[in-house]
Design a protein around this ligand. Structure first.
Ligand SMILES: [Zn+2]
Length: 297
């Protein structure tokens, strides 16, 4: 009898031991499966989720250009306009045309998706109507093309950071991510710090007596996000995406500026050996630019 009871208890012990083992095995297996599950791929747009309340904007920002000053005694600064509108809830359709376009315009090519992102005021300024010596400046606007040589998010974070020292202050007006999304950083009426110590065919303006002259006072700085294999000082990388060329061409077309007012940072740089934008496909860009210019009306 005692022997039978002992045998029964031993069996129960074995069963409970087996059950416990099963539970532990299942738990270990679940942890392993969870750990090996692939993480969702991160798109260029969702990588911006580090920026609060960022969502596509419904209307095109203020992309109009006021004419360069020509009066003999203008005020020291070009009057500035209100900042671009705050981000609005996401929309799936293309943004509506800019208010400065004729309402009869029926553009067949949709505008790219874009975001407004405010950058820190230490990284930009106002456009001056007089240089540091008090002479009036009347330069036409000039488009300067760049690349980030980093991720787009890293560049945006730099522009959103307070920089008290002149040498650290930098900005673009617009940044085009790998997926073609335009990040609108600065009103075109403002002066971005994109190319210190620079000159375009003899044109440069000195606005600070302590710093070399540059094209910044009349420049529009547009930058392409560099692909990951270009995060270095190498001479080239895999190049930009078709979506980036398309968005850049759309942006350039909105300026109504001619080819003679488009240049690169490499071309205008005077001192530090800038090479950007590397691996730029001018033919692809020009093809899109022709399309977008024809769709303007
Ligand atoms: Zn540059």
């Amino acid at each position: 009898m005692v022997k039978k009871i002992l045998q029964l208890q031993f069996r129960r012990y074995l069963v409970s031991l087996g059950l416990a083992g099963l539970v532990i095995f299942a738990a270990i297996h679940w942890v392993r499966v969870s750990a090996s599950m692939p993480t969702p791929s991160v798109s260029a747009t969702s990588s911006l989720s580090g920026l609060a309340a960022l969502s596509p904007d419904q209307t095109i920002p203020n992309l109009s250009l006021i004419p360069p000053p020509s009066t003999p005694n203008p005020p020291a600064l070009i009057s500035t306009q209100a900042n671009v509108t705050a981000p609005t809830p996401a929309v799936s359709q293309a943004p509506t045309p800019s208010p400065n376009l004729p309402t009869s315009c029926t553009a067949t090519l949709p505008a790219p998706l874009w975001f407004n992102v405010a950058i820190h005021p230490s990284n930009y300024g106002d456009r001056f109507r007089q240089d540091a010596q008090g002479r009036p400046v009347t330069n036409q606007y000039l488009i300067v093309l760049h690349e980030t040589v980093s991720s787009g998010l890293a560049a945006i974070n730099t522009f959103r950071t307070y920089h008290p020292r002149d040498e650290d202050q930098r900005s673009y007006h617009d940044l085009i991510l790998l997926d073609g999304t335009i990040v609108h950083l600065l009103d075109w009426q403002k002066r971005a710090f994109g190319a210190g110590n620079s000159e375009f065919r003899g044109e440069a303006v000195q606005t600070n007596p302590n710093l070399p002259s540059s094209v910044n006072n009349f420049a529009l700085h547009f930058s392409l996000e560099t692909p990951p294999n270009g995060y270095n000082n190498g001479p080239r990388h895999q190049g930009y995406t078709a979506a980036q060329y398309r968005s850049l061409a759309w942006l350039v077309a909105q300026t109504r500026l001619g080819d003679d007012r488009i240049t690169t940072h490499k071309t205008i740089d005077r001192a530090s050996g800038k090479q950007d934008p590397r691996s730029f496909d001018s033919r692809q860009f020009q093809a899109w630019l022709t399309e977008f210019r024809q769709s303007l009306c």
